[in-house]
Design a binder for this molecule. Structure first.
Ligand code: GMT
Length: 376
């Protein structure tokens, strides 16, 4: 198939999923055309044949006080779909991609029937999409897509109820390359992060309020006098300064390592003893899946799609949003019981491999593409 993929090219989970999907499809012989304002960051690492990148260029005509990205994207979609003869366009994150794609489809309609598939990822539905300025547009764009997928059952239900959507939505969960994200022997990084053999708690995110990163610091405060422990925070974003302030206020700054944005995630994950994801909202929790694939059990909140991923009392523990006491108790429980920890670690890896590895999920996307194309 000739497949167009549009996504955000930055560090967010939707861009990662879209890029890994495109790479896997190309490896399987499909021709994949990425259309975005920059090369998706995981694409820039190595050359993959069958993958093409089309950059959406933004002019700066003085009359346009605000950049017209959605429209520039539409124009590029039309151009690529027409000249590369795409069979379908798969857009990740509804805003504005699904709307741009619908407009491209309409423009092309006299010449070809370009199928549009929209994958809903999370905040496009649960947060920003619900804003009054977007809600009608999101509903319209979902309903106009030829196919719609959601990354969890939770997100499917939320979409149907929040937007009163009367349309079939296919749940295709996120996936992981378990030959890359896997347990590795002790690394020298662990020595650097925990020179005195401390246990390592890890959190990775974009530090937006919805991630509740400050909860990880409060958890650290509750356990730091009971076991030797450190908290490693990977990523950056609006709440980073507040996290630093809180760590100083709670007098735990010496036990928190802020690594900022990082690319070598597998090595960092392999240093970790536990992964913390106390989010306010999380449609799937790709970061938790990456940890599980490396054999790192997860302590999570009970929101969104997280319970579909994390098995309570098996691959980690789940607690109510903001229940820091309970999360801290679970953390201590696992970190002070070697036998139990090993069982959780093995089960986390096994669940990631058995249920979410890429060669199980990619064929689901291919089958869905065939189904949507078959409807022509
Ligand atoms: O919230 C983020 O970290 C980024 C966001 C995105 O769209 O890039 O992530 C959403 O999509 C990910 C990939 O499907 C999911 O794993 C995340 O759970 C989801 N984030 C939220 O729902 C808050």
């Amino acid at each position: 198939m000739k497949i167009g993929i549009t996504c955000y090219p930055t560090y967010g989970g939707s861009g990662v999923v879209a890029t890994e999907l495109g790479k896997s499809l190309a490896e399987k012989g499909h021709e994949v055309h990425f259309i975005s304002y920059a090369m998706p960051f995981r694409l820039s690492h190595n050359f993959v044949s069958n993958i093409y990148f089309h950059e959406v260029e933004m002019g700066n005509y003085p009359l346009f006080e605000f950049p017209l990205y959605g429209l520039a994207l539409t124009s590029k979609m039309v151009e690529v779909a027409k000249f590369e003869n795409l069979d379908l366009l798969h857009v990740h994150y509804a805003i504005p991609h699904a709307t741009s794609a619908h407009l491209a489809k309409e423009i092309l309609a006299p010449h070809k029937d370009l199928k549009i598939i929209t994958t809903l990822h999370g905040t496009d539905i649960t947060l920003v999409g619900l804003e009054p300025s977007f809600i009608h547009l999101v509903k319209f764009s979902i309903e106009k897509s030829d196919g719609v997928t959601a990354v969890s059952r939770f997100l499917k239900e939320k979409t149907i109820t929040n937007y009163e959507i009367n349309k079939e939505i296919e749940v295709i969960p996120n996936f992981i390359d378990t030959s890359v994200f896997k347990p590795q022997a002790d690394s020298c990084l662990k020595q650097k992060l925990a020179p005195n053999g401390e246990k390592l708690l890890l959190h990775t995110s974009n530090f937006r309020p919805v991630k509740r990163v400050t909860d990880t610091i409060r958890m650290l405060k509750e356990i730091e006098d009971k076991i030797p422990v450190k908290l490693v925070l990977v990523g950056d974003g609006p709440d980073r300064s507040e996290c630093e302030r809180l760590a100083r206020e709670l007098n735990v700054m010496s036990k928190v390592v802020f690594l900022g944005k990082q690319e070598g995630l597998v090595e960092i994950l392999n240093c970790a003893d536990l992964f913390l994801i106390p989010s306010q909202s999380e449609s799937f929790g790709l970061a938790a899946l990456e940890a599980m694939a490396c054999g790192v059990p997860v302590i999570s909140s009970s929101v969104g799609g997280l319970p579909e991923l994390v098995r309570h009392n098996e691959t980690g523990y789940i607690a109510e949003i903001g229940d820091i006491d309970r999360m801290a108790r679970y953390t201590l429980d696992l970190l002070t019981n070697g036998k139990k920890y090993k069982m959780f670690s093995d089960k986390a890896r096994k669940r990631a491999h058995d249920k979410f590895r890429k060669d199980i999920i990619i064929p689901q996307y291919e089958a869905y593409y065939e189904k949507v194309l078959g409807g022509s």
